[in-house]
Ligand binder design. Structure first.
Ligand code: RAM
Length: 907
């Protein structure tokens, strides 16, 4: 007999064949597919993992580092490596085979691998290098006065020659920067990452990247070279906090490079190339490159051949400045996907708005930059300015960028066709203004380069309402544009900070759209690095610019984010890793607020930020979050088997919910403040006694009616609004909010051309035009947190809280009256889940797919009177389907893996 299941998609620490990880007990995961498509109720009953120190050894079935033996288990994700000790720089190959329900073994899977990075501080021999400060800057260069921001720096070009005496068998490059880097070997750029090493608190922890450069090296002389940018380290980030314009040099004054190349020769000998005194530095064509300002590139200053081994350095090249490493700053492997260009866009239109000034419409508010093609005389200066919106007269609207310039300037060298892409800057924009272009630019002149943390797409959602489909697109574009090493609030103005409130409200939506497990694994370390000694989590992580501790709904991201990652991916390690930090945050709140209302230490309390004519009392909102923290901590303690803590936090949660009810709720379920958000948080966070819940839900609906069927929630209330309505039996009200296109609603922005989620409901209105430019981004994801509701309720794809990570799936779709169909998919850690429903005539069809080795409970909107067929036979007789029970207006069935199509008809 052959097996029914096949292991596929092997991953290590959420990544495909990662190189340079520093987790010494990495977790291995795979997915299972039906060997014969269409088979149902397939499960794994056992697995065997082999890990080998060589690819050929593994091919011969040897697990010299680890042979798990046959382990009886359903587990197919997060299996902790338990073999011999893993060592720096070594690559490991692994494979898995599984046994099915009949105890038939599969073949071993295709092999996968991972490679360790540099695990010990002593592995690093290299030194930080940069330009001597005596190096003349391009300050005097004729930069447009408007582009002159204090702190702008020219990019260092650095190079050395590595002489390799023998043929290379294997070479790895470990590299990082204080700032951002681009490495070139023998004239070729290494890797495809942008803005590496990414943003962390550089005074504590700097990520490095590992590249396989074997194929780029040759016996003999090799050029190893790099360009640096200031990036988050020394460039402009955030707003003008102190009135002096000091929103730059947050971590240090000038960029530095740290590079180490480990070479193994075919004869078994080895060599290490490092950044040190043997490097030279010069200024090149990048006059400056800065996230907020943009880039000015003078091609006349290009250092032709500078990254080639044959290059003859002239006296522009000087010895570099060398600094020893500070052991207090940890060098860590980057645990997440790097930033990459994931798509290119062709402009949709170009218009000449005044003589020689052209405006391109990219058709999409995007984040990244453009590639420019141009030919003309040397010294011709082409300027590109990037904005999200246009003024009524068709010119570019720059005011909402505040002090961010978002301007790239290219100065031609005059040698035929020239192509320019900036190196170390990104912009948030839909429109590009080009001036100084020699000749008539065409649609081919510019190409949009979309860049962001390359988190793999996992979700899709489509329905019969085009406006809702546009909403889903806008949510995804907002996520792409703002997940840039950290989850930022916006990508265009002088801010771009890791705002915690935004992240916590959006994290579940983010998990549906893309695989963000590794991304948030990394960011939670930023959060904990930024935790204050008193236990206070920050309001932004990394903690710069806004230095106070987190406010309600902002600091709480420190608990909500790990909890959500655990729920969405079954990851207990993120809970363990940060358990102490989470406990300290809660203790900090508790100590400051012994009467269990969050009165003290609310710091910059933003309340229900950017709500519409609805002031939710801040203390009440804070207390709700305090209660939610305690509730989640009790669940987290439970997940980790910490029984005493579970009880302790449960008691705390009970105390806070009682205090909340005493202080803010009357006996008819009215909540003081009376805003929609008041009711939403009280219900979502389970703060009300049972008997008041239906009353509070009614009041919530009344509040919506009072607003003529509109929402009034800000960042904080919006995420739970539709879920709470739906859970309380008012899904039709949630649908009404979804379908609205009058102000304020998601549809309103879409009706007025939005291609991303706006920061404010009233970012632009027909009555008032643009909102206060002091804070008006058109690419902010927070109000897009309704995406969770689309997947989890409209399509009905949810995990079982008790068996997280979609090991057991809850399918509970809520068909809305105005939609005729919905089709959604979600690639979970266990494989592809799909849910679709459709109405035709008097019948409804529900088609679902759940992956092998998972089970599901489907709750169909039906009663015992409904005729329910699956594949043409009565559901309870269908293969893989077991009737469970009837609940209020729902018929529940248990499903084994596979695809099912249920047809419901009222009889
Ligand atoms: C602004 C942004 C950000 C929000 C803070 C409180 O800077 O809107 O998204 O979190 O305020």
């Amino acid at each position: 007999m052959t097996t029914t299941i096949t292991p596929v998609r092997l991953r290590c620490e959420y990544l495909d064949n990662p190189s340079g990880i520093d987790t010494t007990q990495p977790r291995l995961s795979w997915q299972l597919e039906a060997t014969t498509p269409g088979q149902r109720s397939l499960k794994q009953t056992a697995y065997q993992i082999l890990v080998s120190s060589s690819e050929s050894g593994l091919a011969q079935g040897q697990g010299d580092l680890w042979d798990s033996g046959k382990v009886s288990s359903r587990q197919s994700s997060h299996i902790v490596y338990a073999g011999s000790v893993l060592t720096s720089g070594q690559q490991y190959w692994w494979q898995v085979r599984v046994w099915d329900a009949r105890d038939e073994a599969s073949d071993f899977s295709a092999s996968a691998s991972w490679e360790m990075g540099l695990l010990n501080d002593g592995d690093w021999q290299s030194k930080w290098i940069g330009l001597q400060s005596s190096m003349p800057a391009y300050d005097a260069i004729d930069v447009e006065p408007m582009q002159k921001l204090p702190g702008l720096q020219s990019s260092p070009y650095l190079r050395t020659i590595a002489t390799l005496p023998r043929a290379v068998r294997k070479a790895r490059l470990y590299v990082t920067a204080k700032g951002v880097y681009e490495v070139h070997i023998n004239g070729q750029r290494v890797g495809d990452a942008y803005f590496a090493p990414g943003w962390t608190d550089y005074q504590r922890r700097i990520q490095y990247q590992t590249y396989d450069v074997t194929a780029q090296l040759q016996q003999g002389e090799n050029s190893v070279a790099a360009i640096l940018g200031t990036g988050w380290y020394a460039g402009h980030v955030g707003f003008w906090i102190d009135g002096n314009g000091n929103n730059y040099q947050h971590y240090g004054s000038a960029p530095r490079l740290l590079l180490q190349m480990q070479i193994e020769y075919t004869d078994g000998s080895s060599q290490t190339i490092i950044s040190d005194e043997n490097w030279q530095g010069a200024l090149g064509p990048i006059v400056y490159s800065d996230f907020l300002a943009g880039e000015t590139y003078d091609a006349r200053h290009e250092l032709a051949g500078w990254d080639q081994p044959t290059f003859q350095a002239d006296d522009r090249w000087q010895p570099v400045l060398v600094e020893e490493r500070d052991a207090a700053v940890r060098l860590v492997a980057e645990p997440a996907q790097p930033i990459r260009v994931t798509q290119t866009l062709t402009p949709q239109a170009v218009t000449e708005v005044s003589p020689g000034v052209f405006i391109y419409d990219m058709g999409q508010n995007m984040v990244g930059w453009v590639r420019l093609q141009v030919a003309g005389e040397a010294g011709t200066r082409v300027q590109l300015r990037f904005v999200e919106m246009l003024n009524p007269d068709g010119t570019i609207y720059t005011t909402n960028l505040r002090s961010a310039r978002q301007t790239d300037t290219y100065i031609l060298k005059g040698q035929g066709q020239e192509i320019f892409e900036p190196h170390f800057t990104f912009h948030g924009f839909r429109y590009v203004e080009i001036s100084g272009y020699p000749g008539q630019p065409t649609l081919e002149t510019l190409t949009g380069m979309v860049a962001h943390s390359d988190t793999p797409p996992t979700g899709s959602f489509e329905c019969s309402n085009p406006m809702v489909n546009q909403l889903q697109k806008n949510i995804v574009w907002g996520q792409r544009g703002n997940f840039i090493s950290v989850p930022t609030d916006c990508p265009q103005r002088d801010e771009r900070l890791g705002w915690m409130g935004d992240a916590q409200i959006f994290v579940r939506t983010a998990c549906y759209n893309m695989d963000v497990a590794a991304f948030f694994t990394k960011w939670m370390r930023d959060v904990v690095d930024a935790q204050a000694p008193d236990g206070g989590f920050p309001g932004v992580a990394p903690r710069i610019v806004v230095k106070v501790n987190g406010a309600p709904a902002w600091g709480d991201a420190g608990i909500i984010v790990p909890w959500t990652i655990y729920q969405m991916y079954g990851d207990t390690r993120i809970l363990e890793e940060h358990y102490e930090a989470m406990a300290r945050w809660l203790a900090y709140l508790h100590e400051a607020n012994p009467d269990l209302l969050w009165k003290n230490k609310r710091n910059n309390d933003y309340g229900d930020w950017l709500s519409i004519d609805a002031d939710t009392p801040k203390e009440l909102l804070g207390t709700a979050y305090f209660g939610y923290d305690a509730l989640l901590m009790s669940r987290i303690a439970h997940a980790l088997g910490r029984d005493e803590d579970e009880e302790k936090y449960q008691r705390l949660f009970k105390g806070i919910s009682e205090a909340f009810t005493r202080a803010y709720v009357d006996e008819e379920g009215y909540i003081s403040g009376g805003t929609q958000t008041c009711y939403v948080v009280a219900l979502q966070m389970q703060l009300l006694p049972e008997h008041l819940r239906p009353l509070a839900a009614r009041h919530l609906v009344k509040e919506i009616e009072k607003k003529n069927g509109h929402l009034s929630t800000g960042f904080v209330g919006v995420g739970y609004l539709c879920p709470v309505l739906t859970n309380s039996g008012y899904s039709e009200v949630a649908y009404q909010l979804l379908n609205n296109d009058t102000f304020p609603s998601w549809g309103y922005s879409i009706k007025h051309g939005a291609t991303t989620i706006w920061e404010r409901w009233d970012g632009w209105t027909t009555d008032k035009g643009f909102q206060d430019p002091g804070m008006n981004s058109f690419n902010h994801y927070s109000l897009g947190s309704v995406g969770q509701w689309l997947f989890q309720y409209v399509a009905g794809i949810s995990t079982d809280q008790q068996r997280p990570g979609y090991q057991h799936i809850q399918l509970r779709p809520y068909p809305g009256d105005d939609l005729t169909y919905v089709k959604a998919e979600f690639m979970s850690i266990h494989g592809r889940i799909a849910s679709a429903w459709q109405k035709e005539g008097g019948a409804q069809t529900f088609t679902v797919t759940i992956p092998a080795n998972t089970t599901a409970t489907i709750a169909l909107p039906a009663t015992s009177d409904t005729q329910i067929l699956e594949g043409g036979v009565p559901a309870e007789e269908a293969d893989g389907v077991t009737f469970v029970q009837e609940e209020e207006e729902r018929m529940l069935f248990e499903l084994g893996s596979g695809t099912y199509s249920f047809r419901l008809r009222a009889s």
